[in-house]
Write a protein that binds this ligand. Sequence first.
Ligand code: ZN
Length: 412
Amino acid sequence: MEASHLKKFSQRRNRMVKDIIIDIVGSFADGKTTLVKALTSESTLRHSEEKKRGITIRLGYAHFIVYKCKSCDSFSRTEKCEVCGKESEPYYRVSIIDSPGHKTLMTIMLSGAALVDGAVLVIAANQKCPQPQTEEHIEALKIIGIKNIVVAQTKIDVVGADRAKENYKEIQAFLSSKGFENVSIIPVFAAQNVNMTELVQEIGKFQVNHETEAKAAKMLVVRSFDTNRPGIDISDISGGVVGGGLQSGELRVGDKITVYPGVIVKKAWKPLETQVVEIQSEFGSETSAKKGIMVGVKTKLDPALTRRDNLAGSLITSSDVKPLFKNRVSIEYSPLEQKEKEVFKKPLQKNETVLLNILASKVLGTVASVSGGKVSFNLADAPVPYFLNDKAIVSRKSENTWVLAGSGVIYD
Ligand code: ZN
């Protein structure tokens, strides 16, 4: 049953299925977990057998398939159209970046920022909107440049109809104050499957364009691990696994790759050279990967190097491509202006310490110079790998916490 379903699925895949990564933004208290469950249960069940047979990938990402109806063009989570009951075809393979916890949420959200195609912003009706964290989230989405957004208004089951309506208006006002007046708000009661079809319509309408001219792979590592059981015979040891997604280009099994920044050898950072042995996604084995899907990539690296997320934050490139790899980075800086006035009270200052997210890496930096909109930073720890025109996201300190302050395109 499962095997035949997968076979059918992979045949269709060539025709029209696209891959897309969405971030479900919100906290556990907002009902995010129930929502993810309601979106993903179907495909998780269908693919569980396939997953057992594959290499264990412990990425912790959820996934599901959005189907498109052949008759009425509606989107569904099942092959049978949830609207008219006719047959649907796979349309999107959706990987969900699940950002657990509260304080770490922003960090994870920003480290996966370059990979994300769309977001479901979860807002609970039993709290006044906006909560401070909702404000942070929407600002982050703005900085990252995500245009595919839908709001899932949750907890409508625990408040009365009046409060739900009032909260709906709060959300509307909040979204338009942030320049997101065209974002749809879908009230959902995920546990009872209420309005989930409507939410899926919005996700189905997300627009992505993953076609790039660049062939060379550029993969951002957000997790890394060792899949070997303790005490395994040395001849059976398999190489380290890195998990993440491609920002551009294509990665194929057999490709020679370089991992930056690598390891410290004689006090200097040395990138790691290795090869792609196997690529797995939550949907099964892949022969190659492009932007839009979270993958686990088995390499020939010593698994000790990939243990316990050791390589999280790394950049992987095709070995014939060399990124810049320096302790200093310069950007064309655009601050969040309202925040600059109200929270930080002044523009970036020379010698100020900031937190930078560049691709998947997160580093402390010091402002070396500010001139017009151009800002240069000295990076504190390791050199950071990047390409010109990549984006750097800047957080500044306010009352001992890092607060999102702005972003800029790297020009040097
Ligand atoms: Zn239909």
